[in-house]
Design a protein around this ligand. Structure first.
Ligand SMILES: [Zn+2]
Length: 249
């Protein structure tokens, strides 16, 4: 089911890690941001989009992780954009993304994973403004829809996931701090933040999300144990350990 969070912005949440597919109305039609996750989700999202009665003109992937690279034939053969660096690098990760998708969820059209086109400088059909940074994954992009008061945050500012540093690249603490500064600046223009996973943040919750991610990163920086409610979930112990190792390097 689509949940309208602002004028021309809808969110559909999957049961898989509370993943949020976002539908954005642009001037030319709809743009699907990070549609997911399993085959039934994608099919239901196609039903939801049909009901809106507006054509899908493009897709957008916020970053190169498999759960943000998905598509379904029913969305049509339209350009699926990503930041130029991501579109360039996707060839190297596509096969791994396909096998991770196959292992993690059922019914995903594997052949459609990660078929990306570089986003043009003017944003093409995607409305708003890109907030690019290097935290979590290469060429990560948030989308600021200032006129609608919405920030699409990708895999940042989640209430269920801790910040996850990119284990393959050095300098991730600094990259994460810089990214949170940029997102904090962007968030001054919004009252709704849609994370890639978890609940949509509204009103004062927006500042609370930024504060929680900042506190977590700050603890890693200082080499102390973060006090973070998200760590109550046992399954986050492993990514937390990876973060600790990455932070020490
Ligand atoms: Zn994700």
């Amino acid at each position: 089911m689509l949940n309208q969070v602002a004028d021309g912005v809808w969110v559909r949440q999957s049961g898989w890690v509370w993943s949020n597919a976002v539908v954005v109305r642009g001037e030319a039609g709809l743009i699907l941001v990070d549609p997911g996750i399993d085959g039934a989700d994608l099919d239901q999202l196609a039903d939801d989009v049909d009901r809106l009665g507006i054509p899908v003109v493009a897709g957008f992937s916020t970053h190169l992780h498999w759960d943000h690279l998905l598509w379904h034939p029913r969305f049509g053969e339209v350009p699926r954009y990503a930041m130029p660096a991501s579109a360039e690098a996707v060839g190297a990760v596509r096969e791994r993304a396909q096998s991770m998708a196959a292992e993690s969820a059922s019914g995903i059209p594997l052949e459609l994973i990660g078929l990306l086109t570089p986003l043009p400088d003017d944003g093409g059909p995607l409305p708003g403004e890109i907030v690019a940074h290097e935290a979590h994954a290469l060429g990560h992009a948030a989308v600021l829809l200032a006129d609608r008061g919405v920030l699409l945050a990708g895999d940042m500012l989640s209430d269920v996931l801790i910040p996850m540093l990119d284990p393959r690249r050095p300098g991730q603490l600094g990259a994460y701090e810089a990214a949170l500064d940029r997102l904090g600046e962007a968030a001054r223009h919004v009252d709704v933040v849609v994370p890639g996973h978890g609940a949509v943040a509204e009103g004062p919750e927006v500042a609370a999300r930024l504060a929680a991610d900042r506190a977590y990163i700050d603890a890693l920086r200082r080499g102390i144990d973060p006090v973070d409610a998200r760590l109550d979930q046992d399954w986050l112990a492993a990514p937390h350990r990876t973060n600790l190792e990455q932070a020490r390097r």
